[in-house]
Structures are given as structure tokens and as C-alpha cells.
Design a protein around this ligand. Structure first.
Ligand SMILES: Cc1cc2nc3c(=O)[nH]c(=O)nc-3n(C[C@H](O)[C@H](O)[C@H](O)COP(=O)(O)OP(=O)(O)OC[C@H]3O[C@@H](n4cnc5c(N)ncnc54)[C@H](O)[C@@H]3O)c2cc1C
Length: 285
């Protein structure tokens, strides 16, 4: 596993870690959190590592700007966090629990999910629906909306940058949230997951967000359908119409679990249900 190892650094500061990641000479240097991906194909060609364990990136905290989840936060930490449980109706805890295997929750960091752009883990569409951003540091520090982080299957727009944290802004006013996943079994990866948030004002939809994960190449938001909901009364017909529009706009994959066409059909159902539940108009099942 480590036969190609040439250098292993354990920097004590973020500045030092970034300097190591940005070196041009001697081949690529990669950041590692738990280094689990050394067992997978993903890190097997890497030779120079920067261990992030001393950088304090494993904290969860709430301040006036929102919820801060350090890049090294494990899904298991989110599941047990009281702060996360109270934030946005516990949506992120539900998203973390979507990875049903406790051993995997204890070995999977947010950094890994984000850097690998893993679509099948419910927490990514949950973060996306809540307008999360990532804070990264390379030549300079920058903040990137999660919707702009993924460059395609398994790829991000980062360039030798260290992922510091995910920041989820505090929702303004009361919002309803809902996550609907469709999977072959409760512990299987989802064929599709839909997350919705809805804010109502004077009986109309003031703002809605819809994010999808699961059988897509990367998690996505659905801005067109979101915009079309604004100003409408929150009834089931409107939500069915929005879900139909979302199903037409996505590019699901076909795999061993089901076909792309089936995923489109699933999309129509779970987006409608997620919107209805987020708006407090839960439909009878
Ligand atoms: C039992 C088991 C089953 C699994 N099954 C699957 C599966 O079916 N499908 C699947 O896709 N994965 C699977 N995984 C892998 C898993 O989802 C995670 O990819 C892995 O656990 C992440 O390890 P990590 O948190 O130690 O990240 P690491 O291995 O340390 O890093 C993961 C990636 O993120 C980068 N990185 C880490 N930290 C930072 C940072 N701060 N800034 C910038 N880049 C960073 C690394 O360079 C690397 O590219 C499985 C893992 C286990 C243990």
C-alpha cells in the first residue's frame, strides 16, 4: 500500500500544510485526513502526503454566520453532534445517517466525500439544499458555493488547495426541510435522494431549494424548478409539476440498481414528497 511513499509530513499549521501542497518540484503532494483512500484506487499512485490531523479541522461549531463543519469531521461526529441535531431541523444528521454502515460513518470524513464528489451519500444534497459553501486555502483563501465545487464525476475545481471547512449559513426565518431517499434496502446506496427546503410567507412559497443525489454523476441543485415555485401556493399539484420539471432536467445514470428512466420516475415521486413534507403538506402514503 505504501510502497511508493517518498515523503510523509505532519504539519502543525495550516500555512505549513498549504506550502507543502503547493510545491511544484518532485511530483504531486496530497492532503490526507484518515488516509482510508490509500486502500482504494484513488490514492494509490500518490507518493507525498500531508497529514492534516494536527490542524484542528475536526471541529463542529455554530456562530452567527452559521454551522461550521471542519473538513476532517466524520459522518459519525455529525450523527452525535447536538449542535447539528438542532440545526435546520436535523437535516444534516439525517443526511449523515444515510450512510447506514456505522464503520463507514466512523471512517468517512466530509473532506473525502467532497474531494471525491461522492453522489450517493445523502449529506451532500442535504448540504447543497442548505446553501453550504466550502472554505479552502491555496495561494489565497477562498469560499466556493458547494454547487460550484464539483467539476464532474469524482472531480472538483480545487487546485492544490487544502479544504478547511464547510459553512452552512443559518437559515433566515423558519424553513421546512425534508429528505426523501429511494433505495433497494434501507442500508443500500440510494437510487436517488431528494432534499427540499421550503420557506412560506403569507401562505405562499417565499423560497424553495431542491437538491438531488444518488444515481447522478455528482449531486446537483435544481434552480429552474426552485425559481418557478416562488410566489405559488404550496399545494400538491404545484409540487408534482415542479418534480416533473426536475425529472426532465437531470441526467441520471443507469447501473446495476436501475435504469436512468426508472430514476426519472423515482425523481417525480420523491421530489414531490420532499417538497410537500418541507411545506408541511405531507401527502398520505
Ligand atoms: C468499509 C468501507 C467501505 C467503503 N465503500 C465505499 C464505496 O462503496 N464507494 C466509495 O466511493 N467509497 C467507499 N469507501 C471510501 C469512503 O467513502 C471514503 O472515501 C473514505 O473512507 C475516506 O477516507 P478519509 O476520510 O480517511 O479520507 P482520505 O483517504 O484521507 O482522503 C480522501 C481524499 O480526500 C483528499 N483530502 C483529504 N483531506 C483533505 C483536505 N483537508 N483538503 C483537501 N483534500 C483532502 C485526499 O487527498 C483524498 O483524495 C469505503 C470505505 C470503507 C472503510
Amino acid at each position: 500500500m505504501l510502497e511508493k511513499l517518498e515523503e510523509y509530513h505532519i504539519p502543525q499549521t495550516i500555512a505549513e500544510a498549504v506550502r507543502l501542497l503547493r510545491r511544484r518540484s518532485g511530483g504531486e503532494t496530497v492532503a490526507i485526513t484518515g488516509a482510508i483512500d490509500l486502500h482504494w484506487w484513488r490514492l494509490q499512485s500518490a507518493r507525498r502526503f500531508v497529514d492534516t490531523s494536527r490542524l484542528g479541522l475536526d471541529r463542529i461549531r455554530l456562530d452567527r454566520s452559521g454551522l461550521h463543519l471542519g473538513a476532517a469531521t466524520l459522518l459519525a461526529d455529525i450523527v452525535t453532534s447536538k449542535v447539528a441535531a438542532r440545526f435546520a431541523g436535523g437535516l444534516l444528521v439525517q443526511g449523515a445517517l444515510g450512510l447506514a454502515s456505522p464503520p463507514r460513518r466512523h471512517t468517512t470524513s466530509l473532506a473525502a466525500l467532497l474531494i471525491n464528489a461522492v453522489p450517493v451519500v445523502d449529506i451532500l444534497p442535504a448540504l447543497m439544499a442548505l446553501d453550504a459553501k466550502v472554505r479552502v486555502k491555496g495561494a489565497r483563501q477562498r469560499t466556493i458555493p458547494l454547487t460550484e465545487l464539483f467539476a464532474g464525476k469524482g472531480r472538483t475545481v480545487l487546485d492544490r488547495e487544502l479544504l478547511l471547512e464547510v459553512v452552512v449559513p443559518k437559515p433566515r426565518g423558519r424553513i421546512g426541510v425534508a429528505l426523501e431517499r429511494h433505495a433497494l434496502t434501507p442500508s443500500d446506496d440510494p437510487m436517488l435522494t431528494a432534499v427540499a427546503t421550503v420557506q412560506l410567507s403569507r401562505g405562499k412559497i417565499a423560497r424553495a431549494t431542491i437538491a438531488l443525489g444518488g444515481g447522478l454523476s455528482v449531486p446537483v441543485r435544481c434552480p429552474k424548478a426552485e425559481a418557478e415555485l416562488v410566489g405559488k401556493a404550496p399545494d400538491l399539484g404545484i409540487f408534482a409539476c415542479a418534480a416533473h420539471g426536475v425529472a426532465e432536467s437531470i441526467h441520471p445514470i443507469s447501473d446495476t440498481r436501475c435504469s436512468a428512466e426508472h430514476r426519472r420516475d423515482v425523481c417525480k415521486v420523491i421530489v414531490r414528497r420532499a417538497l410537500a413534507r418541507a411545506a408541511g403538506r405531507e401527502e398520505p402514503r
